[in-house]
Design a protein around this ligand. Structure first.
Ligand code: ADP
Ligand code: ASP
Ligand code: MG
Length: 408
């Protein structure tokens, strides 16, 4: 008998019929002789709707209250999925984050799972039940509710799989695997049979929302091999696992895009030690995630730094920088630009192949797309482009690397 963790996302539990479909799949998995823990998201659109209601009371509702509010979405769906299982004659129990023993630390609305105490889940499984666990939520040492950041049910599923020692972890969603690019943007994107943790992590943290990036980090850290597949058919999916030597033959595994980015440029920074640290600390203290960083020395002896970040963080970044810049120099000034997007090419094969950036930049040049900032890592090259051209950019780069064709 295997123990299987199945995660069903928002679209997969989006209607009563879809909830019945989930129950049928859980029943089938049990009928095949397995124990099942289903981790479920809020019904599609519910989390956004709750956020919209909260914003009726101001742009920055208290994060403690946001956690109380947003966690109710998942609580609705666990009860409904359990009821659908009962309708099929399956003994099932809905389980909240607290009951599942999911202990979190960190800040409200972006809690991090520190540990899971699986005793209650184990005893419920041993008593013959199917478990339906609320994704996206945990409990702080003080007993407060935390949510785990958007897309956080993926993290719940991976962490629960590690905690209960699952034999298999399946992420069941509205696509039947991880593709070379979001198939909604590049229609000839190809499904990947497998992908390494590092590649999945780079794609996810560069905008491929098929997996939440922190869930992939967690899976890598604890060695949880997982499979992304469809909740609506039985097509083979994509296995996400530690890299093996054959994987290096492919130079680019996939392309991802991230919209709604903004650039902040600080000019007039005195060319002295410690300046960058002060600027970055101010942004870090304001919990602003910066992504690309470019720095150059201007001819007048003042340095200039540019960062990218999510456009939603622009206002907070400006507020956080104001006092520091006033302190460091009368010349220091902030310039901002919104309406940009990021395109990333990812592949572990890049480590041993040259010319990747040239191919990418040529493809963009040929369709008349201007490149803004550039950043590279061992397995990723990312550029910013005008947001209105990002889909053309993704299609051009996808075609330039022949990603629609299976590797020879
Ligand atoms: P769920 O609600 O099941 O968590 P998400 O909407 O979070 O599902 O993630 C699935 C979506 O991710 C797909 O519908 C697809 O549009 C998008 N996506 C982005 N990049 C990729 C990719 N490389 N491969 C597959 N899907 C992708
Ligand atoms: N319901 C949450 C969200 O919409 C968590 C999730 O679906 O994974 O972000
Ligand atoms: Mg998701």
């Amino acid at each position: 008998m295997a123990l299987i963790v199945q995660k069903y996302g928002g679209t997969s539990v989006g209607t009563i019929d879809r909830i019945r479909n989930v129950a049928t799949r859980v029943k089938r998995t049990r009928d095949e002789g397995n124990q099942v823990v289903a981790v479920v998201s809020a019904m599609g659109g519910v989390t956004d709707k709750l956020i919209g209601m909260a914003r009726e009371f101001g742009d920055t509702p208290a994060e403690r209250e946001m956690d109380v509010l947003l966690s109710t979405g998942e609580q609705q769906s666990i009860a409904l999925v359990s009821m659908a299982l009962h309708e099929l004659g399956v003994p099932a129990l809905s389980i909240t984050g607290r009951q599942a023993g999911i202990r979190t630390i960190g800040s409200h609305t972006r809690g991090r799972i520190e540990a899971i105490d699986p005793d209650y889940m184990r005893s419920c499984l041993d008593a013959g039940n199917a478990l339906v666990v609320a994704g996206f939520q945990g409990i702080t040492p003080e007993g407060l509710i935390h949510t785990l950041g958007r897309g956080g049910s993926d993290l719940t599923a991976i962490a629960v799989a590690a905690a209960v020692g699952a034999d298999v972890c399946q992420i069941l969603t509205d696509v039947d695997g991880v593709y070379t690019c979001d198939p909604r943007i590049v229609p000839d994107a190809r499904k990947l049979p497998e992908i390494s943790y590092d590649e999945m992590l780079e794609l996810a943290s560069s905008g491929a929302k098929v997996m939440q990036s922190r869930s992939v980090e967690f899976a890598k850290k604890y060695g949880v091999i997982f499979e992304v597949r469809s909740s609506l058919n039985d097509n083979p999916g994509t296995l996400v696992l530690e890299e093996h030597p054959d994987m290096e033959n492919v130079v680019i595994r996939g392309v991802s895009i991230e919209r709604s980015q903004a650039r902040v440029t600080i000019i007039g920074i005195p060319d002295e030690p410690g300046m960058s640290a002060r600027i970055l600390c101010a942004l870090g203290d304001a919990e602003i995630n910066i992504d690309m960083i470019i720095s150059n020395i201007a001819s007048d002896g003042y340095a200039r730094h540019s960062f990218t970040m999510h456009a939603n963080d622009l206002g907070r970044a400006q507020a956080a920088l104001k006092p520091v810049l006033a302190e460091i120099s009368a010349q220091a000034k902030v310039e901002t630009e919104a309406g940009i997007a990021k395109l990333s090419c990812v592949g572990i094969g890049m480590r041993s192949h040259s010319g990747v950036a040239a191919t990418m930049f040529r493809a963009l040049g040929e369709v008349g797309i201007n490149i803004g900032m550039i950043s590279t890592s061992e397995i990723k090259i990312a550029v910013t482009v005008d947001e209105t051209r990002i889909e053309d950019a993704a299609r051009a780069v996808h075609a330039a690397f022949d990603l629609d064709k299976a590797p020879a």
